[in-house]
Design a protein around this ligand. Structure first.
Ligand SMILES: *Cc1c(COP(=O)(O)O)cnc(C)c1O
Length: 463
């Protein structure tokens, strides 16, 4: 041990990684070598070589054991909001702002004018006010009738807080066609139970009428809930009241209406060829008293949940002790603030997921052809550009696909799954998908800065 630690390369490792971690790595390396010698698997000459190679083996061990677990990957799947790959990549301005706020002190809860304690959500409140400026619960609009917003950890937390605040101990009416499960085990009935509200399901799986809701309203009813069918679609013999119809029913019986939107859509996706997607403005237009929104689905920001709605209701949520439990930190506020500013400036190109959504197939074909040229011919492999589809993902727009072009790769040496694994083993890992028994790379989700290194990574995986 002492001898190994005295070798010059490990002296610098001790300085860099610390004595304890380096000693651990030496222990692990020596134990492995001892095992190999005991099993007689490397022979006399091998032992000598292995002993000489100990410092390098220790360095390798250190790199492996002290490397980050959470690391950057290149998403070549064409799934824009890939929940397993961290959903939305953030705008450059958001990273810059985040880095400034995070690396020092900030006025997170400090009012710079008065020098007194401030509120952390004031940093995004005025931006939401501007983005929702045309919405009001009264004509003419007053300060009191404009929607207010608060931010929590994610949309699931938003739903929990809203249900607990408005309906604990009472009943919430939901259509049987909307008792959904969203990936990662968010189930509406389970969240409802945890909120202390009683689920009152009405209608059938495929058809729920306004009269079903109306018949279920009693003096125990606290809320009518609509849940966006984010990750599935129903076709055929189906019926459901519109949000506006449900709002009218709620008004008649003086019961608030809440919509769990799940996404954070603030702009029309018609230019991207996606029609009928329903966002925050649509829900507020319909008159929803409270809307729950996700910060990283279609908004393109950090993981967050936003509750937008009537001031008096949102004020009660702010006063709920659960709000303190579910609140977000300065990192989220900094990121969200920068993303919302891009929306206020209508600088949609600054938001990576919007850029990806609005890229047309022809632009992707050009990029794919450049990459194929960079790859040149790789012996034993066929690489072509073919028509394909990208997916919005993230449990949004379940039926929408975006026409795209993909790079199809086949190899005589490796099957598609093997190739997929070899791409995952690169640094940075490249995540691809398989279709028609071929490995497919969709450049729609590959960021501009990643493209130059992609050819080398693909070539390494094929070799
Ligand atoms: C995705 C989704 C949620 C959960 O959102 P998170 O931000 O992932 O917590 C809740 N409701 C609906 C309808 C959703 O689509």
């Amino acid at each position: 041990m002492d001898e190994v630690l005295r070798s010059p390369s490990l002296e610098s490792a001790v300085e860099r990684e610390g004595r304890a971690a380096t000693i651990d790595a030496v222990h692990a390396t020596l134990a492995r070598l001892r095992d190999e010698i005991n099993q007689d698997s490397i022979g006399e000459a091998g032992v000598q070589l292995a002993i000489e190679g100990i410092p390098q083996a220790v360095e390798r061990e250190l790199r492996q054991s002290l490397g980050y677990s959470l690391q950057k990957v290149i998403n070549a799947t064409g799934v824009i909001l890939h929940t397993n790959l961290g959903r939305a990549p953030l705008p450059a301005a958001a990273i810059e702002h985040l880095s400034q706020v995070a690396s020092g002190y900030s006025n997170l809860e400090f009012d710079l004018t008065t020098g007194e304690r401030g509120r952390r959500d004031s940093h995004v409140q005025h931006l939401f006010e501007r983005l929702l400026a045309e919405h009001s619960y009264a004509q003419p609009p007053t300060d009191e009738s404009r929607p207010e917003t608060i931010v929590v950890n994610n949309c699931a937390a938003a739903v929990l807080l809203a249900l607990n605040t408005m309906a604990e101990g009472g009943e919430v009416i939901v259509s049987r066609g909307e008792l959904v499960e969203i990936g990662g085990s968010f189930r509406v009935p389970d969240i409802m139970a945890k909120s202390g509200a009683q689920l009152r399901e009405v209608g059938t799986t495929n058809r729920t009428r306004l009269s079903d809701y109306e018949k279920a309203i009693t003096d125990k009813t606290r809320l009518l809930l609509r849940v966006h069918r984010s990750n599935f679609a129903m076709i055929g013999f189906t019926e459901q009241p519109t949000a506006a119809e449900l709002v009218a029913l709620g008004r008649k019986h003086r019961v608030p209406v809440m919509e769990d939107l799940g996404n954070g859509l603030l702009v029309s996706l018609a230019n991207a060829g996606i029609h009928g997607e329903y966002g925050l403005h649509d829900s507020l237009d319909a008159g929803s008293d409270v809307v729950c929104v996700s910060g990283d689905k279609l908004l393109g920001g950090p993981q967050a949940g936003v509750i937008a709605g009537r001031k008096e209701l949102v004020k009660r949520m702010r006063a709920n002790p659960l709000f303190r439990v579910l609140r977000v930190d300065k990192l989220t506020y900094a990121t969200l603030e920068a993303v919302l500013l891009a929306y206020v400036r209508q600088d949609y190109g600054a938001v990576p997921i919007l850029r990806m959504l609005y890229t047309n197939a022809e632009q992707i074909r050009e990029r794919a052809e450049i990459l194929v040229r960079q790859l040149g011919s790789v012996p034993g492999s066929t690489i072509t550009v073919v028509e394909g589809n990208s997916i919005v993902g993230g449990g949004t727009a379940p039926t929408a696909t975006l026409p795209s072009f993909v790079i199809a790769v086949t190899s005589r040496r490796y099957g598609p799954e093997e190739l997929q694994a070899r791409l995952r083993a690169q640094s940075p890992p490249v995540i691809a998908r398989i279709g028609d028994d071929q490995l497919l790379l969709d450049l729609r989700t590959v960021l501009p800065g990643e493209e130059p290194s992609l050819a080398g990574l693909v070539r390494a995986a094929l070799s």
